[in-house]
Design a protein around this ligand. Sequence first.
Ligand code: R5P
Length: 310
Amino acid sequence: MKILSGTSNLRLSKEISKKLKLKLVNTNIKRFSDGEIFIEINENIRGNSVFVIQSTSNPANDNLMELLLVIDALKRSSAKNITAVIPYFGYARQDRKVAPRTSISAKVVANLITNAGASRVVTVDLHAGQIQGFFDMPVDNLFTTPLFAKYIKRKFNNKKLICVSPDVGGVQRTRGLATRIKADLAIIDKRRPKPGQSKVMNIIGSVKGKTCIIVDDIIDSGGTIVNAVDALKKAGAVEVYVFITHAVLSGDAVKKIKNSKINKLIITDTIDTSQKIKNNNKIEVISISSLMSEAIKRIANSNSVSDLFN
Ligand code: R5P
């Protein structure tokens, strides 16, 4: 078994390899001056099960291409099997035709990964679970709910909690967390008048006098969360903590969070945000490395992955 890292999130790969007590495979990943990518694997991997860690975060297309080329290099070097470990799966939000004559980009990405030569995919909190069906191979979708529940139980023991889904699509995830921490559930009825804009229409449930825990898979521009926090405060919430798996944080999202009424934003390190959130005491990172390394170990030893979440 070997672990190889792409360049999108080396911090996380190093943490995972440390936990697995395995050195990262020695590679040479370069960009030519025209932007093309060059991959070279500097050690023998013939007959090995190789786990390639690469988030397809911004720049999504470059990071995806790098993943595809690494998989191809491994296939041509006679790796026994190749698992694409994609902590953040970019393009996941384009999982259906939203209008006539639009592409289903998540399916295209799944085809590319398949055709490059991967035999398994491991990812975290997929935007839509059904994306697993875009692959004709095993896909292990890991959940952050147990990590978030542990944090909440440790830090917010004496508070009157309510879990809030920022939109109807996130209800299942939010209900999972609410059940684990034995809290009530509220739902925000969010509309998108235009792509990239969001508007809170209604709050279903009573948040008055309570500490709200918003949970979502992605924070991108920050619009969904900042609007949700404003609406919850207006409806009488005492505090609002936000738990997000994938911190895309595009544009001026970090500034928006800083200026918002959020008490704290808790994110994971599926995307490396270390530079973006430097010196920002409103944002805290929980590492996903223990969960990922344990899942990799279980896959390599043919043990149950779902047991991790029971
Ligand atoms: C949407 O369904 C996702 O779960 C997130 O709520 C969304 O991507 C967040 O985007 P933004 O931060 O730009 O509002």
